[in-house]
Write a protein that binds this ligand. Structure first.
Ligand code: PEP
Ligand code: MN
Length: 263
């Protein structure tokens, strides 16, 4: 179902009216996690003012340590919907558990499957039974083939609104949080009709590398970008080191447009 040879034309996936897979390259942005209403609103309005089309923040956070901030859950979802509506922005947020699919789908315009759950097959089937678009992130150690087969689970369950996300993979290199595999973008564009977005934030883990890799992603054919931006990354409860300051994001956006105009 995901293969391009049987379905040659590009699938366009709409998140609340924002199209991925067409001519435009929309940017999804926001803080890693919903922390407070003020933090979410300030971060969201800043990214919107700079040109981001879709808001993203987590209410359920998969944290490596069980003692890390793991999100506000249902209260985070409520805040996300409230701020998204106030700004008239669609919102995508992660669902980690099959038991939460209904409540997340009731609050969000699109469902994110995080890297750690890319091969959670019951969860893939559950989001495949919803009518919400799915942003499917590549697993930390997943081959491209495995990402495509994870997407296949969602399509096979009846939902063809899937956006693939390259977010870096684990390699021998430890200088960066992950190794952003930009090869995957043109490769997957050949193999599948689904849109492919790039997340240079988790791909690098280092704020000052996010901009250059966002530009590279735009140059190699990404259908969208996912960038973490926090009103004040120095106090972020998760992923502060890779989160852009609002003014950095605002400076990056016209450069992304310039790359897109050049390629
Ligand atoms: C996230 O998007 O904040 C996240 C946890 O990403 P990943 O699943 O790619 O690690
Ligand atoms: Mn994050």
């Amino acid at each position: 179902l995901v293969a391009r040879d049987l379905h040659p034309h590009d699938t366009i996936v709409s998140i609340g009216g924002v199209a991925f897979g067409g001519r435009a390259v929309p940017v999804i942005a926001g803080p890693c996690a919903v922390e407070t209403r003020e933090q979410l609103f300030n971060s969201a309005s800043a990214v919107q003012a700079a040109g981001a089309k879709v808001l993203r923040a987590g209410a359920y956070k998969p944290r490596t340590s069980p003692y890390g901030f793991s999100g506000h859950g249902p209260e985070g979802l409520r805040l996300l919907r409230e701020v998204a509506d106030e700004l008239s922005m669609p919102v995508v947020t992660e669902v980690m558990d099959t038991a939460d699919v209904d409540i997340v789908a009731a609050h969000a315009d699109a469902l994110q499957i995080g890297a750690r759950n890319m091969q959670n097959f019951p969860l893939l089937r559950a989001v495949g039974r919803t009518d919400k678009p799915v942003l499917l992130k590549r697993g930390l150690s997943a081959k491209i083939e495995e990402l495509l087969l994870a997407a296949e689970y969602i399509l096979a369950a009846g939902n063809d609104q899937v956006i693939l996300c390259e977010r870096g993979i684990r390699t021998f290199e430890t200088a960066t949080r992950n190794t952003l595999d930009l090869n995957a973008v043109p490769y997957m564009k050949q193999r599948t009709h689904l849109p492919v977005v790039v997340d240079p934030s988790h791909g690098t883990g280092i704020r000052d590398l996010v901009g250059p890799m966002a530009l590279a992603a735009a140059a190699c054919g990404a259908d969208g970008l996912l960038i973490e931006v926090h009103e004040n990354p120095s106090v972020a409860l998760s992923d502060g080191a890779q989160s852009l300051y609002p003014d950095q994001f605002a400076a990056l956006m016209p450069r992304v447009s310039a790359v897109l105009a050049a390629v």
